[in-house]
Design a protein around this ligand. Structure first.
Ligand code: ADP
Ligand code: MG
Length: 187
C-alpha cells in the first residue's frame, strides 16, 4: 500500500487536473445530493467549509443553510485547532492560515453542538477513514464534533481502504457526486 504522503501527493495533483467546468459539474451534483439528505434537512447547526485547491464547491449550500433558518458554522485555523465560528450573511470571509478563506469574526460554537458537518479530504475510504493535508486538524476536531459527520469528495477520491493511524477518526458517511458510502458499503 502507498503511504499517506504518497497518496496525498498523487490525489491532490489529480484533483487539481480537473477542469473548472468539470469541477462545477461535479460540485453541483454533490450540492444537490447533500441538500436532499434528511440529516442535512433536519440539522439546525451546520458546519461547512470554504473549498480550497479544487475541493468540491459546496458554497451554494451556505445560502441554503441561511434560507432554511439554520446556523452556518465555518472553521478557522487557530494554532493547532480548528475553531468553529457561527457566520452571518454579512460576515466577511478573508484569507487566513494556509491561504484558506475563513470568517474573521463570529460567535464561537462548541464542536459538540454541531448537528451536521461536511468534512473535506484528499481521500476517503468506504469506511469513512480520511486522508487530509497531513496536519491532523480534522482528526483533532472529530474527537469532539457532534452530529452526523459527512466526508465530501469526488468519486475518484474514494478508495477501498486508506492507511489508518491510531489517531484517525472516521466520518459517518462519505458522499460523492455518485454515491454514499457507509461502513464499507454503498448505501
Ligand atoms: P491528516 O489526517 O491531515 O491526513 P494525519 O492523520 O497524518 O494527517 O495526522 C497528522 C499529524 O497530526 C500526526 O502526526 C499526528 O501526530 C497529529 N494528530 C492527529 N490527531 C491528533 C490528535 N488527536 N492529537 C494529537 N495529535 C494528533
Ligand atoms: Mg488523519
Amino acid at each position: 500500500m502507498l503511504t499517506k504522503k504518497e497518496l496525498r501527493r498523487r490525489y491532490i495533483e489529480e484533483r487539481q487536473r480537473l477542469s473548472q467546468e468539470e469541477r462545477e459539474r461535479l460540485s453541483s451534483k454533490i450540492v444537490n445530493r447533500v441538500a436532499n439528505l434528511p440529516y442535512f434537512k433536519e440539522a439546525k447547526r451546520v458546519l461547512l467549509f470554504c473549498p480550497h485547491k479544487g475541493e468540491p464547491d459546496i458554497t451554494p449550500l451556505f445560502s441554503l443553510v441561511w434560507e432554511e433558518g439554520k446556523t452556518l458554522i465555518l472553521p478557522k485555523v487557530n494554532g493547532d485547532e480548528l475553531k468553529l465560528l457561527a457566520v452571518e450573511r454579512e460576515t466577511r470571509l478573508d484569507v487566513g492560515a494556509f491561504c484558506l478563506m475563513e470568517p474573521q469574526e463570529g460567535e464561537e460554537v462548541e464542536p459538540e453542538r454541531v448537528d451536521f458537518s461536511l468534512i473535506p479530504g484528499v481521500l476517503f475510504d468506504k469506511y469513512g477513514y480520511r486522508i487530509g493535508y497531513g496536519k491532523g486538524y480534522y482528526d483533532r476536531l472529530l474527537r469532539r464534533l457532534g452530529g452526523i459527520r459527512v466526508g465530501v469528495c469526488y468519486e475518484f477520491q474514494v478508495l477501498e481502504e486508506v492507511p489508518r493511524d491510531s489517531w484517525d477518526i472516521p466520518v459517518d458517511l462519505v458522499i460523492t457526486e455518485e454515491k454514499i458510502y457507509k461502513g464499507g458499503k454503498e448505501e
